[in-house]
Write a protein that binds this ligand. Structure first.
Ligand code: ACO
Length: 323
């Protein structure tokens, strides 16, 4: 008998305000054709006043709890993957804990930029396998619109806001790849690539700062590292690419998504794609895609999924799980 971290609920929240590519044409030397052609992005959601990473995270968590038919006080831990917590501290996760009325357990943030949700899942899995928690809410939530330089056309058209949540529960499995739940994880980082993708503010500058990215340099790393981490996770899980029902990738760029699927030998029919509607929502993109993929009827109980993500750090990783 093996303990597995099994999905009990999924949910998401997207701010009401939708911004189409064409809106940027009024203030920037850009156009819908460039944005769509280079990234696959058509629109994104942006927060309005009063909406924050923690309010969106709590809304996504409520939706996941509702699906599970559970109360927040039945959850042992909350992990929020984010690079845009409301304040330097306390963590977004403890704010979510308060917002949900959860009076016990513990909550903390994970910061691995766009790879944050994969890191969050790996941490939740470790907490469940080690017996420190039975039920863990893993949330990815971001308000990247608040760290955009609106004069930089090479970044501000790419990102969006939103949140997604996955509720995991310890359940007994057989210890085979036929089990439901997380079957394998793989995490990596290489801090020598710091300058490819960073925010130029923080405690050391006394400012919040703006996102800076050498997009084409990040692109060069993306497909190779994503395919490699996904392959490592699949090997650890004892499954082949041909066993995979759904690839649920980080949604940064359709060309990266297509390139990675091709390298894995998987057709695009097996890839959940939301980048056209959400843009790059960093740590929120995978749980958003899981939740949207589930509500579209794509992801079903028993399906074998591989998720993969890369972001600032560089940090990258993958998780294989059976829904
Ligand atoms: N509109 C019009 N032209 C533009 C725009 C724009 N919005 N932005 C850039 N350009 C121009 C550039 O100035 C450049 O012009 P030049 O050739 O005259 O110098 C030209 O378009 C090509 O620019 P590139 O950056 O080389 O374009 P590329 O094909 O690489 O696409 C993109 C850019 C979409 C950013 C791509 O590189 C990418 O997706 N990179 C990876 C992003 C990513 O995955 N990040 C990791 C996750 S994010 C995180 O962790 C926070």
């Amino acid at each position: 008998m093996t303990v597995r971290a099994v999905v009990r609920g999924v949910g998401h929240y997207l701010p009401k305000r939708i911004v189409e590519n064409a809106e940027f044409e009024a203030t920037l030397d850009t156009n819908d054709e460039w944005i769509r052609g280079r990234s696959g992005i058509e629109r994104r959601h942006f927060v309005s006043e009063g909406e924050t990473t923690s309010t969106m995270a709590a809304a996504a968590a409520r939706a996941a709890l509702e699906m599970a038919g559970m109360d927040a006080n039945e959850v042992d831990a909350i992990i929020v993957a984010t690079s845009t917590a409301d304040l330097t501290f306390p963590s977004a996760a403890t704010m979510v804990q308060a917002e949900l009325g959860m009076k016990q357990g513990f909550a903390f943030d994970v910061q691995a930029v766009c790879a944050g949700f994969v890191y969050g899942l790996a941490n939740a899995n470790a907490l469940i396998l080690s017996g420190q928690a039975r039920r863990v809410m893993v949330i990815g939530a971001e308000t990247f619109s608040r760290i955009m330089d609106w004069t930089d056309r090479s970044t501000c058209v790419l990102f969006g806001d939103g949140a997604g949540a996955l509720l995991l529960e310890a359940q007994d499995g057989e210890g085979t790849s036929a089990d439901r739940g997380i079957l394998a994880t793989d995490l990596n980082s290489d801090g020598s690539y710091r300058d490819l993708l960073f925010v130029d503010g923080g405690v050391s500058t006394g400012t919040t700062g703006y996102l800076r990215m050498q997009g084409n340099q990040v692109f060069r790393h993306a497909v190779e590292k994503l395919a490699s981490t996904a392959t490592t996770a699949m090997t650890r899980a004892g499954v082949e690419a041909s066993d995979i029902d759904w690839v649920v990738p980080h949604q940064a760029n359709i060309r990266i998504i297509q390139g990675t699927a091709k390298k894995l030998g998987l057709p695009m029919e097996k890839v959940v794609v939301t980048v056209q509607d959400h843009g790059n929502t960093s740590a929120a993109s995978i749980p958003l895609a899981l939740s949207v993929g589930y509500s579209r009827g794509q992801i079903k109980t028993g399906d074998l999924l591989v998720t993969e993500a890369i972001g600032g750090g560089l940090a990258w990783g993958a998780v294989v799980l059976r829904w």
